[in-house]
Structures are given as structure tokens and as C-alpha cells.
Design a protein around this ligand. Structure first.
Ligand SMILES: [Zn+2]
Ligand SMILES: [Zn+2]
Length: 222
């Protein structure tokens, strides 16, 4: 199995294992009200994380359109990139801006690319789902970590603590990188946030709902 798919399988197992082991341990404590509360919150967080992941990998990230007819750029010796002029991507056979990046895995060009992550490129149309995935995933493992450390020490609770701690550190680090990326953006934090999350109600920035409000790549970006 390819490495990205193995990582996806790992995350699916980590979420489900922590969910099942933790709720089984809580149910053995015999506290029905506590079990219902934790089960509701944990499963809600799993749904939000899972939906963010599904939206992330199923939405076209915003690849630049390719020409319907093949253009011959073979006389150019290299992909020329300067700060001020348009450039040619010979792989895609298109003119694009120096800020666009060509993904060698997807074999497509993307503006405002955040790179290729696991099984998909991250671009202007699905970037918000990556941030939501990292946010809700971190929230899930922080929550399960603090619930697990309060349970009696046994095989299940120790495994939950370890798995939650390892997972939350990785997701929190990735989330930190995204925050740093937004803070350092040349166009400013507010404009960058609008590019990523769109101009809709800010409450929807947290939820993996329609991406119709997300900004699409346009000529100004190119
Ligand atoms: Zn390209
Ligand atoms: Zn890619």
C-alpha cells in the first residue's frame, strides 16, 4: 500500500480506537450521564473531523485550467520564473504567474498552493477544510486525552492517553504551521483569512459546509 494511504488508514484507526476504547472504559464506570455526555461530544468531533477530511479530498483544490489544445513550448529551455512577468509551465502548457506552483504528483498548476498533503493538493478551494480538519482533530485528541487521564489506569486508558498525546501533538503542530502561514502572508491576515474562508458568516468558518463562499482563483491571483 502507498505511504499516503497508510497514513490515512493510521488516522482512521487512531480516531476509532480512541473512540471505542474510551467510551467502553467510561461505560464500565457505570456513570450513564457522564457516558452520554462524553459519547455525544466525542462522536460530534469525529463527525466534524471526518466531514472536513472528506471535503478536503473530494473538492477540486483550484487547479488552473489546462488548454483544450496542446501548445508547443518545446523551444523554451526552462520554466522561467521572475518576480514581474508571467511564466510558462511546460508540463501544463499554460502561462501562469510566478506565484503558481506545479504539483508533480497531480501534474497540475495551482495558485496559492499549500502543497500536496497525503492524497490531495491543498489550494484556494479546499484550504479551509485542511484547517478545519486540523482544528477539530486537535480538539478531539485534546478532549480524549483529558478524559483518558481521569480514568483508572489500565491497558485501555493508557493506550488512549498515549495515542491521544501523540496524535494531538502532530495535529497541533500542523495547525501551528497554518497559523504561522496566515500571520506571515504578504497580503495581511484579514485578506488571507477571507481568501481561505470566504466572505460568508464567520461562524461557518468553523464548519465543513459548502465551499461556495471560498474565493476562487482569478486573474488577480495569477
Ligand atoms: Zn503546471
Ligand atoms: Zn498535488
Amino acid at each position: 500500500m502507498r505511504r499516503p494511504l497508510l497514513i490515512v488508514v493510521y488516522w482512521c484507526i487512531a480516531f476509532l480506537l480512541v473512540d471505542v476504547l474510551l467510551l467502553t472504559s467510561i461505560s464500565k464506570e457505570g456513570k450513564d450521564l457522564e457516558f452520554s455526555l462524553h459519547a455525544s461530544i466525542i462522536n460530534l468531533l469525529i463527525i466534524l473531523t471526518g466531514m472536513s477530511f472528506i471535503r478536503l479530498i473530494t473538492i477540486q483544490p483550484g487547479y488552473l485550467p489546462q488548454p483544450s489544445i496542446s501548445v508547443d513550448f518545446s523551444d523554451l529551455t526552462k520554466d522561467v520564473h521572475t518576480k514581474s512577468s508571467w511564466v510558462v509551465c511546460k508540463s501544463c502548457s499554460i502561462f501562469t504567474s510566478p506565484s503558481a506552483k506545479h504539483c508533480s504528483i497531480c501534474n497540475r498548476c495551482l495558485v496559492r498552493s499549500r502543497g500536496h498533503w497525503l492524497v490531495t493538493c491543498v489550494g484556494p478551494l479546499n484550504h479551509k477544510f485542511l484547517i478545519q480538519l486540523l482544528f477539530w482533530g486537535t480538539f478531539f485528541f485534546v478532549y480524549t486525552f483529558f478524559v483518558a487521564v481521569q480514568l483508572p489506569a489500565n491497558y485501555s486508558s493508557v493506550l488512549c492517553v498515549g495515542l491521544s498525546l501523540f496524535s494531538l501533538l502532530y495535529l497541533a503542530y500542523r495547525l501551528y504551521l497554518e497559523v504561522q502561514h496566515i500571520r506571515r502572508a504578504e497580503e495581511g491576515v484579514h485578506v488571507t483569512l477571507l481568501h481561505i474562508f470566504g466572505r460568508g458568516n464567520k461562524i461557518f468558518w468553523l464548519f465543513p459546509c459548502s465551499s461556495s463562499t471560498s474565493s476562487k482563483p482569478n486573474i488577480a491571483d495569477m
